[in-house]
Design a protein. Structure first.
Length: 373
């Protein structure tokens, strides 16, 4: 029993210090520092916008209209890459003469579709944006100026959730996003972040290289490839997009599980390149290792901690249960606690699925998030 007691204390200390310390450090950075970058509103390069689509008949028309309304004085070209849809997606896209449609007869997955679409991009910058998201009208005016700084290779944006209080699941997602973007912004202040968002990621065309065809987290793989070439990859707070949060816990679990598999996939693939590599500065020595811990090590440690609890002294079990109940009862801690547990659970399930069956780059749509008029 003494061994289990010591192991429990060690595991909880590692988890608590890592997450608590990293959160406080990130909070300090975001409140006292800003992302150092030279910007210019006069910088107006040619821009290509890629919208990957698969069976998006319910949302593609609204997405195209939203994209056409984006404010930008420079030249922009919109490309929809259809990944083997068998619904009316193509018919809808063809109604818009301003949009170039590229069709793939067979579904290859988003990564393969993006590799194909990039061959048709003429702009100096390329924006990739998902069909189930909507961008703010001034998002290009806020994002493009960052590329005036030659050190910037790619940027991502920040999600606004229209339904944050609809269910306990949407509340969890809102809370998660607050923590998520705090970390991404702090990492961008320090150096770079590699956790990018599919609804908005912009990259210099000259830095593009084909991503793995079976990639699940294609957005984050793109960020890692750009950082590998020596450019910064940033998460910008004022670059915003809208995407509904899943109302059902099962749907959120599916999304997070798939996302976890994708991140595990790219972290392991690029482990040898970045992990504790001083060549990449704070990104290699600090940011990438923390990401490795949070997505691959932490879920295992938490699972072990829970499994150990029944073998602890009775007084410690009682203490753990009291703390657990307090975390659930107190409103200010409930959402944070549930968010953390659910995200780690999704990572663990995603990891198990990854090891047993491997990741799938052909996603299953969550129709609940496609609720635009």
């Amino acid at each position: 029993m003494l061994i289990f007691k010591a192991l429990f204390l060690i595991l909880t200390s590692i988890i608590g210090i890592t997450y608590g310390g990293y959160y406080l450090f990130c909070l300090y950075l975001t409140r006292t520092k800003k992302i150092k970058v030279e910007k210019s509103s006069k910088y107006l390069p040619k821009l290509s916008i890629i919208i990957p689509a698969w069976n998006e008949e319910k949302s593609i028309e609204g997405k195209i209209k939203n994209t056409l309304e984006l404010e930008y004085p420079g030249k922009k070209k919109i490309i929809v890459i259809d990944d083997g849809s068998d619904d009316k997606t193509n018919e809808i896209v063809k109604k818009f003469k301003e949009v170039k449609l590229i069709t793939q007869k067979q579904r290859t997955g988003k990564a393969g579709a993006l590799n194909n679409a990039f061959k048709n991009c003429k702009g100096d910058l390329v924006l990739i944006t998902d069909a189930d998201s909507r961008l703010e009208k001034n998002v290009l005016l806020k994002s493009v100026p960052y590329f005036f700084d030659e050190s910037v290779g790619a940027i991502t944006g920040r999600q606004f959730i229209p339904n944050p209080s609809e269910t306990i699941t949407t509340k969890i997602e809102k809370n998660y996003r607050g923590f998520f973007y705090l970390i991404r912004q702090a990492e961008s202040i320090l150096d770079s972040t590699f956790i990018f968002d599919g609804p908005f990621m912009m990259v210099r065309k000259k830095l593009w290289e084909d991503i793995y065809g079976d990639s699940v987290a294609d957005d984050s793989e793109l960020a890692l490839r750009v950082r590998k070439k020596g450019y910064r990859t940033l998460s910008i707070p004022d670059v915003k997009y809208t995407e509904y949060a899943s109302r059902k816990i099962g749907d959120r679990t599916k999304r997070k599980q798939r996302r976890a598999q994708g991140l595990i996939q790219i972290i392991t693939r690029f482990f040898g390149t970045f992990f504790l590599n001083p060549k990449y500065g704070l990104f290699g020595m600090f940011i990438f290792p923390v990401g490795f811990f949070m997505h691959l090590i932490s879920p295992i440690l938490i699972a072990l901690t829970i499994l150990i609890i029944p073998f602890l002294p009775f007084w410690m079990i009682e203490l753990v249960l009291v703390i657990f109940l307090l975390m659930i009862i107190i409103p200010k801690t409930r959402s944070t606690f549930l968010t953390f547990l659910h995200s780690q659970y999704a990572c663990l399930i995603g990891m198990i699925g990854y090891l047993l069956k491997g990741p799938s780059n052909k996603w299953e749509q969550i129709t609940d998030t496609r609720r635009y008029d």
